[in-house]
Design a protein. Structure first.
Length: 444
């Protein structure tokens, strides 16, 4: 069997590693700021470690040596300009805005740090090693960034901070990329960080769509790249209009559509993976087409369920229907996961996906009970909704924030898992041809 050969990396390694560095830095900074009293030197050390690790990966896997690390760091530094203005502020030095001084210094510093990491990783490079699938890494990075954005959006909703920043695209009249970090506290931090992460996902989706148009010969993959870019643009419009109009209906649409965007990025990551493009032969079994259809039905049910969940979180509607459908999905997903894992034992990947589906759906069932309990506590305290559709002043109970946010993000994982299961079943399964009995001769 021949294996699909990957073309030379071009600049795809720089783009993939550069974006991976940025996503790691932004997500680390986001989560560290959520923790109480994390000292600035600790945050700086984490950022420095990420840059060095990114450079090391470039030196160990791209084959470009120190130059590759430098280019990855410079690329990451350019992207990080999106948040540099918030960090250094708008003060002036000798009449020159500080951002004009810090921007080139920041880019050069990040390039040099990554170059040091590449020098350390260069000794681990092996020319005989199979080249990295940089397109797949870029797609996975995009899916990861979207997952972080989805978590930030869920936390924002749970904290009821959707209108903490009342204008868009500016923030309190200030350019969103220059809004001072020291003013990002409480609900303002949840809302503004969500906006910045959304910009990052939008930027990655542009690069990914253009890259796939040149790097992948499959029409469906190229089309998906531009489809997900369009979805991200639409999602951004939903989010902006939700703030401009202070509309809970748009908040519901924005929350539900985000799950579909994430699922699409996961699909692209699966389609561009090394395993997908390998020459692995599909299994032929009777009833395979039926199993593939059932995985698609599960995806549809989950999309409906996620839509109902978004209605509950934003507009407090259809709780009973959401619970009823949850019971159906739990039973159906549990059955389907066991069926896939037990029928196709020859495929390790399908066994993992089948077993994983049963585990995630059981976890989500437990989290649903937890979220329901937390919601009851918040409702009794009168800290869920406001009749004027504005955010109420009191902070919601911690149990509500944690349970609702974790339940929501696990729902996104469940949908993504169902998408992967459907895609891999379609890739790895074929319906067996009907058995043909012995031919009957004229003398028999």
């Amino acid at each position: 069997m021949s294996v699909v050969k990957r073309s030379s990396p071009g600049r795809s390694d720089i783009m993939a590693i550069g974006f991976a560095i940025v996503v790691a830095m932004w997500s680390s900074g986001y989560f560290l700021r959520l923790l109480p009293a994390v000292p600035s030197p600790a945050v700086f050390a984490v950022m420095l470690g990420i840059l060095l690790a990114g450079g090391w990966c470039s030196g160990a896997y791209s084959g470009r040596g120190a130059a590759g690390g430098l280019m990855c760091g410079l690329f990451a530094g350019l992207i990080n300009l999106l948040i540099l203005g918030s960090v250094v502020g708008g003060e002036q030095a000798a009449g020159v805005p500080s951002i004009a001084i810090w921007a080139p210094l920041s880019i050069i510093a990040q390039g040099l740090i990554c170059m040091l990491g590449a020098l350390a990783g260069k000794s681990a490079y092996r020319s005989s090693r199979q080249p990295c699938n940089w397109t797949g890494i870029l797609a996975t990075t995009a899916a990861t960034a979207t997952f972080i954005l989805l978590f930030a959006g869920g936390l924002l909703t749970s904290e009821r901070a959707g209108m903490a920043v009342p204008d868009w695209p500016n923030s309190f009249g200030t350019n969103m990329f220059l809004f001072p970090l020291e003013r990002m506290t409480g609900g303002i931090y949840y809302e503004h960080a969500h906006r910045l992460l959304g910009v990052l996902v939008g930027l990655i989706s542009i690069f990914l769509a253009v890259h796939l148009a040149f790097a992948d010969r499959r029409r469906v993959v190229r089309a998906l790249g531009f489809i997900v870019l369009l979805m991200v643009v639409i999602q951004g419009i939903f989010g902006g209009k939700r703030v401009e109009l202070n509309a809970l209906t748009l908040a519901f649409v924005h929350g539900a559509f985000a799950q579909a965007v994430f699922a699409t990025f996961v699909a692209i990551a699966a389609l561009t993976s090394t395993t997908w493009k390998s020459a692995i032969e599909p299994l032929e079994l009777a009833g395979a087409d039926s199993d593939k259809l059932q995985t698609r039905i599960l995806m549809g049910l989950l999309l409906v369920q996620i839509t109902l969940g978004s209605l509950i979180r934003h507009i407090d509607m259809h709780t009973g229907l959401h619970i009823t459908l949850a019971v159906i999905i739990v039973g159906y997903a549990f059955y389907l996961g066991i069926r896939i894992a037990s029928r196709y034992v020859e495929s390790r990947l399908l066994v993992i996906l089948g077993n994983g589906l049963t585990g995630i759906v059981l976890l989500q069932l437990f989290l649903g009970f937890w979220a329901f309990a937390g919601r009851g506590i918040a409702a009794k305290a009168g800290q869920l909704y406001s009749a004027t559709h504005t955010e109420v002043a009191a902070d919601p109970p911690l149990i509500y924030v944690m349970s609702a946010s974790i339940h929501q993000i696990t729902g996104a994982i469940l949908l993504a898992w169902a998408v992967m299961l459907a895609l891999w079943c379609n890739r790895l399964l074929r319906n067996a041809a009907p058995a043909v009995g012995p031919e009957t001769g004229p003398d028999q």
